[in-house]
Design a protein around this ligand. Structure first.
Ligand code: ADP
Ligand code: ASP
Ligand code: MG
Length: 412
């Protein structure tokens, strides 16, 4: 008998009909002799609808505590409906919100981290032959406040439950049948990967591939949870996220990730002296704004230009902080752009292959795409380009690196 955690995303439970289909699927696993814990998201569009309501009441600074009380209702609807659908087809099931399970988190509303999971109630239900249905994306802090885990957080709920209960597999059911070389909605020629390493999946997720929330991949890696991404609607093996060496020489590039959530800011003509980066980025960090890429230009006449990127949602706040700094730090002017995107090539095989970055730059140049910023690591190359070039950049790179071909054919 296996213990399986299954997570169904928003589109997979988007209508009552689809919830009934999920119930049938869960029933088949149980009939097979498996113990099943199901984690569900809110019905598709529901979380956004709730966020919209909050914005109508308070556009600028709604209380994070109340935001969490509000958005967790989405998942509460789905757990109840799925449990009822299971009852209707003769499956004993019980639903739990995050705080009922007791998924204990830290206190950071809207981006809480899971610290501990009480497995007592769940174990009792499983032992009694019940399917356990848990609301994704939510938990509770030590003061009893409801918290949420950040957008896409139901993936993390599922993996954390699988880790806590030492499940045999964590299955993430979604609206694509696995992890692809890039988002198949942007490049229809994208190829499904049968396997991807944790390291690569982590990089893809952190560079913007929203198929898995990054924290779910971190969790799975840390606690060794076998993790698989599959389609809710079709049969298939999906994609296994694995530690194992595939035995074949690694393809140079396993995928292309992109993020539309970028913005860039430049403070021009700041004095080029020790401590300047700290003076600029200190206040940004104090405002809890995460900085991604950082570039400092070569000094000219004792001054330099300093550029960095932030999440698009933080653009206005970061610009305001920089404007204030110019008076104390002495900078000439602030320049900014929030119509930029980041496109990244990811692959552990890059380590042993030279020339990846130059092929990337050559391809973009041929398409007339100007590169604004570049950042590299051992297993990725990222560029920032204008938003209007996103699709063209992804497709031309996909083509240039032969990602649509067979795995064997890309070995080189
Ligand atoms: P869910 O609601 O099930 O959590 P998400 O929308 O969060 O689903 O994630 C699935 C989506 O991720 C797909 O529909 C696809 O557009 C997008 N996606 C982005 N990058 C990739 C990729 N490399 N492989 C597969 N899907 C991807
Ligand atoms: N419903 C939440 C969201 O839309 C959590 C999730 O779907 O994973 O972000
Ligand atoms: Mg998701």
């Amino acid at each position: 008998m296996a213990l399986i955690v299954q997570k169904y995303g928003g589109t997979s439970v988007g209508t009552v009909e689809k919830i009934k289909t999920v119930a049938e699927k869960v029933k088949r696993f149980q009939a097979n002799g498996d113990q099943v814990i199901v984690v569900v998201s809110a019905m598709s569009g529901e979380t956004n609808r709730l966020l919209g309501l909050a914005a109508e009441v308070d556009e600028t600074s709604p209380s994070p505590r109340e935001m969490d009380v509000l958005v967790t209702t989405g998942e509460q609807v789905t757990i109840a409906l799925l449990s009822m659908a299971l009852h209707k087809i003769g499956v004993d099931a019980r639903s739990y919100t995050g705080s009922q399970v007791r998924i204990l988190t830290d206190h950071s509303h809207m981006k809480a981290r899971i610290k501990r999971i009480d497995d007592e109630r769940i174990r009792k239900d499983l032992d009694a032959g019940r399917v356990v249905v848990v609301a994704g994306f939510q938990g509770v802090d030590t003061d009893g406040n409801i918290t949420t885990l950040g957008r896409g957080g139901s993936d993390t709920t599922a993996v954390a439950l699988a880790a806590a209960l030492k499940a045999d597999e964590c299955q993430i059911y979604t609206d694509v049948d696995g992890v692809y070389t890039t988002d198949p909605r942007v490049e229809p020629k994208a190829r499904k990967l049968d396997r991807i390493t944790f390291e690569e999946m982590l990089e893809m997720a952190s560079l913007g591939s929203k198929v898995l929330q990054i924290r779910s991949v971190e969790f799975a890696g840390k606690y060794n949870v076998p993790l698989r991404v599959l389609s809710s609607f079709e049969e298939g093996e999906g994609t296994l996220i694995t530690f194992e060496d595939t035995g074949v020489e690694q393809a140079k590039i396993s995928g292309i990730a992109f993020s539309r959530d970028e913005a860039k800011l430049t403070i021009k003509g700041v004095p080029d002296e020790p401590g300047v980066a700290y003076k600029i980025l200190g206040p940004i960090a104090d405002a809890n704004i995460e900085v991604d890429m950082i570039v400092q230009n070569i000094s000219k006449d004792g001054t330099t230009d300093f550029t960095f990127t932030v999440h698009r949602n933080d653009y206005e706040r970061a610009a305001a902080i920089l404007t204030e700094l110019t008076s104390t730090l002495g900078g000439e002017e602030i320049d900014g752009d929030d119509k930029i995107v980041k496109v990244s090539l990811v692959g552990v095989g890059m380590r042993s292959h030279a020339g990846i970055a130059s092929t990337m730059f050559e391809t973009l140049a041929r398409e007339g795409i100007n590169i604004r910023l570049i950042s590299t690591s051992e297993i990725k190359v990222s560029v920032v380009v204008d938003e209007k070039y996103l699709e063209l950049a992804v497709r031309s790179l996909h083509e240039a690196f032969n990602l649509a071909q067979d795995e064997v054919a890309t070995v080189g």
